[in-house]
Design a binder for this molecule. Structure first.
Ligand code: AMP
Length: 233
């Protein structure tokens, strides 16, 4: 079967990067997390990192042109026998339109847009208790009764992202509502959107996602996704 090409669409804190790791074990795909790529660029103080830093720290979005060029260059290098999983992209109508065009040029049609669903309070709770590993980027949840300072997977140092502070969390969620959530309707019109219950243990959520992906994959074989050219944000 053709490789699977997935978008994970959902607010920060809904569990996208945890699910990206689990889905990466199930399918031959390359995960492109624009947030992870940008954080590495900021840490290395590259020109891109320097341009992105201020927006990231305040919870705003980095400019569309920068992000679109970044994703394009990564997708162009993707091995033919691998699919892709996009975590954190697209986030605006302009990014979604640019992605459609890129994928048409590259002959890599989307299989499905998986949308994990969680209520707002749970998203805020998860974001406030999450830590990330400096070595392997894996996300972890800390609980007051079980303080973690080292990554259980690789032993690396865990840290709280600067943009996971309460004020920036609220800003990021507001930006999501305003600029990214309209994309759900866009992908719904293209018959690509698949909402999935985001509650429960990561493995449980991953099983739901895999069932959904398999279903969409079968449908895509008989009926290609529709093209949608306008976004009614
Ligand atoms: P994330 O780890 O996906 O929550 O991304 C962290 C930050 O990186 C965001 O709050 C934005 O400032 C920036 N960022 C990541 N992906 C994008 C994108 N597709 N468009 C614009 N900014 C992005």
């Amino acid at each position: 079967m053709a490789p699977v090409n997935i978008i994970l669409l959902g607010p920060p804190g809904v569990g996208k990067s945890t699910q990206a790791t689990l889905l990466g074990k199930r399918y031959p795909l390359i995960t492109l997390s624009t947030g992870n790529i940008l954080r590495a660029e900021v840490a290395a103080e590259t020109p891109l990192g320097l341009q992105a830093k201020a927006a990231m720290e305040s919870g705003r979005l980095v400019g569309d042109d920068l992000i679109i060029a970044l994703v394009r260059s990564r997708l162009e290098q993707l091995p033919r026998d691998h699919g892709f999983l996009l975590d954190g992209f697209p986030r605006t109508a302009a990014q979604a339109a640019a992605l459609d065009e890129m994928l048409r040029e590259l002959h890599r049609p989307l299989t499905v847009v998986v949308q994990p669903i969680l209520e707002h309070d749970e998203v805020v709770r998860r974001m406030s208790s999450r830590r990330e590993c400096r070595s392997c980027n894996a996300p972890h949840t800390v609980r007051p009764e079980q303080p973690l300072t080292r990554c259980p997977s690789c032993g690396g140092e865990l840290f709280q992202r600067l943009d996971d502070t309460p004020e920036v969390i609220l800003k990021r969620l507001a930006v999501y509502e305003e600029q990214t959530s309209p994309l759900a309707a866009y992908y719904q019109k293209a018959s690509l959107l698949a909402p999935v219950d985001g509650h429960g243990a990561p493995q449980e959520v991953a099983m739901r996602m895999i069932s959904t992906i398999e279903l969409q994959r079968l449908q895509r074989r008989t009926e290609p996704a529709k093209q949608v050219r306008t976004i009614n944000a």
